[in-house]
Design a binder for this molecule. Structure first.
Ligand SMILES: [Zn+2]
Length: 362
């Protein structure tokens, strides 16, 4: 007896909440003389495991069932056919499940969204979210004895991030020019004081120590679509006296995407961080005006390729942060001053291809 399970229509990309999953199920083999017992289930799970952890006090794996659906397939619903060449019986039936709207364990009136399918391993921890359709066939062999065979198929799932709270689309790095070179000025905490409420860069004020401000602007709102380029604008604000003395150079800008995955199923929430390189420039670009814009040809676009969409649920949350490091020097020597800043972005999947096709036909 050979079982096979396949998605019925050529589905483009992963499924979303409330999507119907249509599959076709097939049994090949000898003709049944007694009705087999056929059951189908559709289960979403999140497994958090610690493969290399030796601490015996903490369990090696915590598996959380996100949802579970069961269906019985009646023998009479199977379509029968015969393979002319082998004489085998072929039984087929369509089977359909539906992804739920959400699933969670909190008391919110509206259920939290289902996390996307993922398998992330980093820092001695692995988080795996999977959605699986399984069909089991039990057939009588001898008297009361049954033999069970199972076939399973993983169903890819993704989610649409909530855009109710949009992150701001700019950040300002302040590069102090009177500090020791080479050290990163960690400005994450003080950055808000140096910006206007709308996130824009304030004009230079002499009461602060001389500093050059590097403004990073993403399109409004700061939503990065996976696989699509996001243009990044870089503006450098330099005090007049520094421009007059000349020799100010932008030496490097680099942007990374940091993904923070936090699971809340164990005793304590755990977070793993993944870092992906986004874009960077290195060299020496002379800054010759108080407000200087880096030529996009020297710079380019920010690309997100493999990241999963921003997710917010009581079981798992995935946040994305763009971290920017910039270096400025006076003269072309090695005394480069750096500043680093991070800002939140939303990552989304591109819209499904069939929607684009529909829009063209309309
Ligand atoms: Zn919840």
């Amino acid at each position: 007896m050979k079982l096979s399970l396949a998605l019925e229509d050529a589905h483009q990309g992963p499924f979303l909440a409330n999507d119907l999953v249509r599959a076709s199920f097939e049994i090949r083999g000898p003709t049944f003389h007694k009705s087999p017992r056929i059951s189908a289930k559709f289960v979403g799970t999140m497994a958090v495991s610690f493969p290399t952890q030796v601490n015996a006090a903490s369990p090696g794996q915590i598996t959380t069932v996100l949802f579970e659906q069961h269906k019985k397939i009646e023998y009479r619903d199977l379509q029968w056919d015969e393979d002319a060449s082998s004489g085998e019986s072929i039984y087929t039936t369509p089977i359909e499940f539906q992804f739920p709207d959400g699933a969670c364990y909190c008391d919110r009136p509206q259920k939290c969204q289902l996390p996307p399918s993922l398998d992330i391993m980093e820092q001695n921890m692995r988080v795996k979210v999977s959605y699986t359709m399984t069909i089991s066939v039990g057939r009588s062999v001898l008297g009361a004895m049954t033999k069970t065979k199972t076939v399973a198929m993983e169903i890819p799932f993704s989610c649409n991030p909530s855009t109710a709270r949009l992150p701001r689309s700019s950040c300002v790095l302040s590069v102090p020019m009177n500090e020791k070179p080479g050290r990163y000025a960690r400005l994450r905490d003080t950055i808000a004081d140096q910006e206007h409420d709308d996130g824009s860069c304030p004009s230079y004020s002499p009461k602060y120590s001389p500093s050059i401000k590097v403004e990073v602007l993403l399109p409004q709102p700061a939503i990065l679509i996976r696989g699509q380029p996001t243009p990044v604008q870089i503006l450098v604000h330099t005090p007049t006296d520094m421009i007059e003395s000349g020799n100010v150079y932008l030496r490097s800008v680099s942007m990374d995407l940091k993904t923070l995955v936090t699971t809340s199923t164990g005793a304590v929430p755990r977070t793993i961080t993944q870092r992906r390189h986004g874009c960077s420039m290195a060299g020496a670009v002379k800054i010759d005006s108080e407000l200087f814009e880096l030529d996009s040809g020297a710079w380019g676009n920010f690309f997100v390729l493999n990241a999963k969409p921003t997710t917010e649920s009581c079981i798992l949350r995935m946040d994305h942060v763009v971290e920017v490091v910039t270096g400025i020097s006076v003269g072309l020597g090695n005394d480069i001053r750096y500043a680093v800043a991070a800002f939140e972005v939303i990552v989304m999947d591109p819209p499904p291809a069939y929607e684009v096709g529909d829009a063209i036909q309309a």
